[in-house]
Design a protein around this ligand. Structure first.
Ligand code: HGY
Ligand code: MN
Ligand code: MN
Length: 420
């Protein structure tokens, strides 16, 4: 098949980027799947590899107090602003290879172009590989980007993982400094903006056969721990009408949550984890904890949905004589991307010969905390059938070539439109 001009011109860089994606994907705590959550040996190994790539590219690179890997290109003018580019290098469990690393490596590709060509730019660029966007280990997301945005809440340091290890200890264990997180912050600095390229993690671009899209905004999300307390008992002796079965109650609640979300167009609700302490096949579950992930791009709808769901869950628990309680683990409002950056990114997409499509993101991204301190933009990249958080996650080399071209075009737009 005749290679497109883009594939020819950018194909070599796309192939090199894919090679690095594959190299990173082999760094895992669980051979056979990609598993690289915050603070593990694989996490540290992956961070060192990204650091070495940044150093090879000629960037001033370092690991910050929370574990973000950072590479800076200085334009030589101390008064200049800084453009931030990045994504995350932690993963979910049994992850795909592109969620996070693609955005880091696209930024690295751009910086290799800048340093390689001794390009004179009027502004600085900082490449950020964030350490914990997924929040898998401590169940609270954006740890790295919150530190960079100066939004890290110190009470997070006492959060414990399933082994009872506190985040403070995990930071120390990787050589970080839990007392020095303020040094990671760029809040208040002269920032031009933050751009993140990321797989769409949804099917729209794949269905419409379009390689990239500009993101208009990121959905708000609530991560809530739901707890159901009934009464444990002997599976063989407690008559059914006398039971206060916490698991049956949780099951009824989980189906009610699904039913509720199905009736609200802009809402999604997911119970992704369920835990039965001291579970045994011959014991009626007395206690069940599960996680509720609630999202909407409309802040009022999200708040109202949670209010309504609390009533639904309380009613079910009352009928079953089971106690219901919850802990709001994390709550982030919807975020809008910056209109000016959207315009410049759309121009770059058009200049690269692609139809300009705008999408909102149901997935959370490090853009969320960064939006508090500077204008933000996101570029979505088509992925295979929209699959993500799954080993089948994949991106075509031609789409990586197209994205490289758009990112380069965006950088040009930022230069042409730079006003100190
Ligand atoms: O959960 C999310 O939306 C993201 O993948 N962390
Ligand atoms: Mn991601
Ligand atoms: Mn993810």
């Amino acid at each position: 098949m005749e290679q497109t001009k883009t594939a020819k011109q950018y194909g070599t860089r796309a192939a090199a980027l894919l090679q690095r994606i594959r190299e990173l994907s082999l760094i895992t705590d669980e051979p056979g799947i990609i598993n690289r959550v915050y603070g593990t040996p694989a996490f540290v190994q992956a961070g060192s590899l990204v650091l070495s790539w940044m150093e090879e590219a000629g960037l001033e690179a370092h690991i910050d107090p929370v574990g973000n890997i950072r590479g800076r290109w200085d334009c030589g003018n101390p008064a200049a602003k800084t453009l931030l580019i990045g994504s995350h290098y932690d993963t979910v469990v049994d992850a795909g290879a592109f969620d996070g690393p693609l955005g880091i490596l696209l930024g690295l590709d751009l910086l290799e172009l800048v340093t390689g060509l001794q390009q004179q730019l009027p502004f600085h660029i900082e490449l950020l590989a964030f350490c914990d966007e997924e929040g898998v280990r401590f169940h609270t997301t954006y740890l790295g980007s919150k530190a960079v945005a100066g939004l890290f809440e110190t009470e997070l340091l006492d959060k414990r993982d399933e082994q009872g290890i506190a985040l403070r200890q995990a930071i120390q264990a990787i050589g970080g400094d839990p007392g020095g997180l303020a040094q990671a912050s760029v809040a208040g600095k002269e920032l031009l903006g933050y751009i993140e390229a990321h797989i769409e993690q949804g099917p729209v671009l794949y269905e419409r056969a379009i390689p990239v899209a500009v993101v208009t905004g990121i959905a708000g999300q609530k991560r809530i721990l739901l707890s159901f307390t009934g009464e444990a008992g002997h599976a063989g002796t407690v008559p059914m009408p006398m039971r206060r079965d916490a698991l049956c109650c949780a099951a009824a609640c989980i189906l009610a949550i699904e039913d509720f979300a199905r009736q609200q167009a802009g809402l999604v609700a997911t119970v992704g984890k369920l835990d039965i302490p001291h579970a045994a096949s011959n014991v009626i579950p007395g206690k069940v904890d599960c996680t509720l992930d609630l999202r909407s791009t409309d802040e009022e709808e999200l708040a109202a949905a949670w209010q309504s769901l609390q009533k639904v869950l309380n009613d079910i628990c009352r009928q079953r004589a089971v106690l219901f309680s919850y802990n709001m683990v994390q709550s982030s409002a919807p975020v809008s991307c910056d209109p000016r950056l959207i315009r410049l990114l759309s121009r770059a997409i058009g200049d690269a010969g692609h139809q300009v499509v705008s999408l909102s993101s149901g997935a959370g991204h490090d853009v969320v905390p960064l939006s508090a301190i500077c204008p933000v933009a996101m570029l979505f990249v088509r992925c295979y059938k929209g699959i993500s958080h799954h080993p089948l996650e994949d991106v075509e080399e031609d789409d990586i070539a197209a994205t490289i071209q758009v990112m380069e075009g965006f950088l040009k737009q930022m230069v042409f439109n730079y006003d100190q």
